[in-house]
Design a protein around this ligand. Structure first.
Ligand SMILES: [Cu+2]
Length: 120
């Protein structure tokens, strides 16, 4: 009985330390189309990032990451690095300019004019 109790305590402790290393966050990332979604999710495909799911309708990303390797700032910078503004940081003009016309979310006209199947 005591052995079983100790075993359960050990399992609980291991479980807690595994949990402590992981963190999750949801923040806003600008995007307009499926290509944006693909690009954003692809750039979050990194070592130490367990899961990243971009919601195009809400324009938010949910990230599960290892807290040792990443923090909120470095995660935001991943998105701005490929041209997408977040709710805390802005992509530079050069980063923004690298995106295809279809994804120029700061200029809605550019999006609707060139977005289509041919872009995918
Ligand atoms: Cu796009």
């Amino acid at each position: 009985m005591l052995t079983r109790f100790l075993f359960l305590v050990a399992v609980a402790l291991i479980d807690q330390s595994a949990q402590a290393q992981k963190a999750e966050v949801t923040f806003g990332v600008s995007g307009v189309c499926g290509m944006c979604e693909d690009r954003i999710e692809a750039t979050f495909d990194q070592k130490g990032i367990v899961a990243a799911d971009y919601d195009l309708e809400k324009k938010t990303i949910h990230v599960v990451y290892k807290a040792k390797k990443w923090n909120e700032e470095s995660l935001h910078k991943l998105a701005t690095g490929v041209g997408h503004d977040t709710d805390k940081y802005k992509a530079t003009d050069e980063q923004y300019a690298n995106m295809p016309g279809c994804c120029k979310y700061r200029d809605p006209k550019s999006c609707s004019d060139s977005c289509g199947d041919k872009q995918r």
